[in-house]
Design a binder for this molecule. Structure first.
Ligand code: 13P
Ligand code: SF4
Length: 324
């Protein structure tokens, strides 16, 4: 970890570099607090994955520096191919993306030629290019509801928990790819019930990438931005939160008097105090942001094959237009 003086030095350097390079910093709610604070302080954006995509596409800067995971950088590049898109590290991937290789997923879709293919944004450009629609967790429920009302049957990938949650809520006919998020998959029902018994007045907030029984205990279920909204709007003073701990920065900032507690995971208490933190989001450090802006190059710059990008753009634009 950096000392306070080192942090301050990096922050000052990044501010200069952003100006010099005509760049803007776009960060996800799961990145570390100092990165979210820096994005806010420099006219950038901290948001869920849907709004990151929208902001990057609309902002006039020549260069986007995307602090998050690789699919977020790729989405930014596909939406704005003329911009330079940098990331602190291209090694920041996502277990959903890893667990959904294009060859297998495409063969899976081929088994159901009459179905509409809806994929989560947490996928490669190639998987997006194979899809009819891309969604993020902010609009997945609404979009599937809309398709179901038109009588469409769906192939869903890759997150099985999010897919099952949506199928249960909408009654849509969905065949499911069996992917999972290694962070949300770790939340434990029994331990959560025990924690709720200690804080009976607490509201439970759950991201729908979590297992069904954890979702069943929730007072509010939704994307990162929807959970943040719930933390502001629900009257409770205490919240147990089942999602990446990065989200606490924004929740606490918006409701300084409220008390936010991490939902228990398999390793809570025993092996780590804060297990619910995505290892790939954690790769986004200040030093890496400075290096990306300073040197660019193959360690940091996102390139997407132009033909693939063209095909992936279609379902991505449909997503943005669906909820403009
Ligand atoms: P949101 O779209 O809710 O921000 O989630 C993105 C993500 O990667 C969740 O793990
Ligand atoms: Fe992927 Fe899960 Fe990390 Fe989100 S938290 S980026 S879904 S591994």
């Amino acid at each position: 970890p950096l000392t306070e003086a080192q942090q301050a030095e990096y922050i000052a350097r990044i501010k200069d570099l952003l100006r010099e390079k005509n760049a803007v910093l776009v960060a996800h709610y799961y990145t570390d607090p100092e990165i979210q604070a820096l994005a806010e302080a420099t006219g950038g954006k901290v948001s869920d994955s849907l709004e990151m995509a929208r902001f990057g596409a609309e902002h006039p800067a020549e260069t986007l520096i995307v602090a998050g995971v690789k699919f977020m950088g790729e989405t930014a590049k596909i939406l704005t191919p003329n911009k330079r898109v940098l990331m602190p590290t291209l090694d920041a991937t996502c277990s959903l993306d890893i667990g959904c290789p294009i060859e297998e997923f495409s063969a899976f879709c081929d088994e159901y030629p009459d179905r509409t293919v809806v994929v989560y944004a947490n996928t490669s450009a190639a998987v997006k290019a194979r899809a009819d629609w891309v969604v993020t967790s902010s609009i997945a429920l609404e979009l599937v509801d809309y398709l179901d009302a038109k009588g469409e049957k769906i192939v869903w990938g890759p997150d099985k928990h999010l897919g099952n949650y949506i199928a249960k809520k909408t009654g849509a006919d969905m065949v499911m790819w069996q992917g999972a998020c290694i962070v949300h998959d770790e939340f434990k029902t029994k331990a959560l019930e025990d924690l709720k018994a200690v804080y009976p007045e607490a509201a439970i907030l759950v991201h729908p990438e979590s297992p069904e029984q954890v979702v069943n205990l929730a007072d509010a279920v939704g994307s990162t931005s929807q959970l943040i909204k719930a933390s502001q709007e629900l009257p409770n003073e205490t919240f147990i939160v089942a999602t990446d701990r990065g989200i606490f920065y924004k929740m606490q900032q918006l409701s300084p008097h409220k008390h936010f507690i991490e939902a228990p995971t398999a390793g809570s208490g025993a092996t780590c105090r804060s297990c619910a933190h995505c290892p790939w989001m954690a790769m986004n450090g200040l030093a890496a942001i400075a290096e990306a802006l300073e040197t660019g190059g193959p360690k940091h710059e996102i390139f997407v094959d132009p033909d693939l990008a063209k095909r992936a753009l279609k379902p991505l634009n449909r997503m943005l237009d669906f909820k403009a």
